[in-house]
Design a binder for this molecule. Structure first.
Ligand SMILES: Nc1ncnc2c1ncn2[C@@H]1O[C@H](COP(=O)(O)OP(=O)(O)OP(=O)(O)O)[C@@H](O)[C@H]1O
Ligand SMILES: [Mg+2]
Length: 383
């Protein structure tokens, strides 16, 4: 659990220090006060980048040369691990775990896995397959320990193979060697994806049934990126001629896809905007559950920007109840003080409230435990 975060020069947050963070933190305040920027800072601590800007430049406070986020993650039993990230306008990043520099973001992300749910999250359903591959690989990375090495190997092999395919004079022996390595890495990576997907599906169904029982029959299908009746080596062999013609590798894990359907129809084309958000919440909650199943001491932190938007009160309560049941740490933003606090299950510990105002964040204690209880229909679903 992230127990402390110090933020310097991220957007309108000049110096914000949040200590003694609890499991459920609600950040409320007016438009432009800095709520999303706090989530961005926590995301930076996990992945060294923002979730809403591709360059560090736009995140760094105007007029400053760099931004810094420092955090402490408690691993229980008094063990605390310090994380630090500094980004410069040039794009340079300095990452530290327990005071030691780390070269790769993978070292950082393993310490503090975060999942974002925001206004763009519906892209997971309606966007390009790459968004669903990223979603899948987030989970595979945290659950399947051999995945990252296979993924790195695969990226190297496909890059080399595509370079060779584009050469005027084809060096067949070299191409065969890289194709062989590519097939091995691709099979290994895909096996990890398959195993993770098998774990994810039943959990997703359970969560979706609680969040959107009215939605019809939701189904997830995994497409591995080549004809499933062939080995990857066979599929690569079969596509060699077209790969040579067009100068790139047509088949493989780089084309993998998750298909989401409702009553046999594309979920992206069928579901309402609010239902899409709920299905995305179910997918991301399922990832949190699978992570916890894998290692009971391991959970991820949820960064949820403006949860109430597009959701009615009943569905907002159901999402809150599921987040509470999972037991993961949650940072939620909203405009009004009671927008989330009033929706959180009455039986649970009340959320910790933070008022965000013109780049300043003030802890205002716990929400009133006397918040209205969910209606009977919601309680039934929550149960
Ligand atoms: N690089 C920057 N330097 C300084 N200020 C910035 C920078 N980028 C954005 N801002 C300002 O930071 C403020 C915080 O934005 P943020 O998106 O965090 O607000 P918010 O509280 O989430 O608002 P909303 O409720 O509208 O989503 C905004 O007023 C914005 O104009
Ligand atoms: Mg915002």
């Amino acid at each position: 659990m992230l127990t402390r975060v110090d933020i310097y020069n991220i957007r309108n947050l000049e110096a914000v220090r949040l200590h003694d963070l609890g499991r459920v933190c609600v950040l409320f305040g007016e438009n432009g006060s800095g709520k999303t920027s706090v989530l961005e800072a926590i995301h930076m601590l996990s992945l060294a980048r923002s979730f809403r800007a591709s360059s560090a430049r736009s995140v760094i406070r105007h007029g400053e040369s760099h931004c810094t986020v420092y955090g402490e993650v408690s691993h229980g039993g008094g063990a605390v691990r310090a994380l630090g990230v500094q980004r410069e306008r040039s794009g340079m990043a300095m990452l530290k775990v327990a005071g030691r520099p780390v070269r790769n973001v993978s070292g950082l992300v393993a310490e503090l896995p975060v999942l974002v749910i925001n206004a763009d999250s519906f892209q997971l359903l309606v966007g390009a397959p790459a968004a669903r591959r990223r979603f899948l690989d987030w989970g595979v990375f945290h659950v399947e320990h051999e995945f990252f090495a296979a993924w790195q190997r695969f990226q190297r092999c496909i890059k080399q193979r595509n370079t060779l395919l584009r050469r005027d004079k084809l060096q067949t022996e070299e191409l065969d060697a890289w194709t062989h390595d590519l097939a091995l890495a691709g099979e290994r990576l895909t096996m990890c994806r398959h195993r993770y997907f098998e774990q994810l599906v039943p959990v997703f169904h359970e969560v979706a049934e609680k969040l959107v029982p009215e939605c019809g029959s939701l189904a997830l299908r995994f497409r591995q990126g080549w004809d499933a009746t062939l080995s990857y080596a066979e599929a690569l062999k079969a596509s060699t001629a077209s790969d040579r013609d067009q100068g790139y590798t047509h088949v493989g894990p780089q084309r993998a896809e998750i298909i989401v359907t409702v009553d046999g129809h594309s979920a992206a084309d069928t579901l309402s905007r609010g239902q899409q958000k709920l299905v995305v919440c179910a997918l991301k909650l399922a990832q949190g559950y699978v992570l916890k199943q894998q290692d009971r001491s391991m959970t991820c932190a949820y960064l949820i920007d403006d949860l109430p938007s597009e959701l009615d009160a009943g569905h907002t309560r159901r999402v809150c109840a599921q987040l509470e049941a999972l037991g993961a740490q949650v940072f939620i933003t909203c405009i009004a003080e009671d927008a989330i606090a009033g929706m959180w299950p009455a039986a649970a510990a009340p959320p910790q409230l933070f008022h965000v105002e013109q780049g300043q964040v003030t802890s205002v204690g716990r929400a009133n435990p006397g918040a209205p209880a969910p209606s009977i229909a919601d309680s039934e679903n929550d149960a």
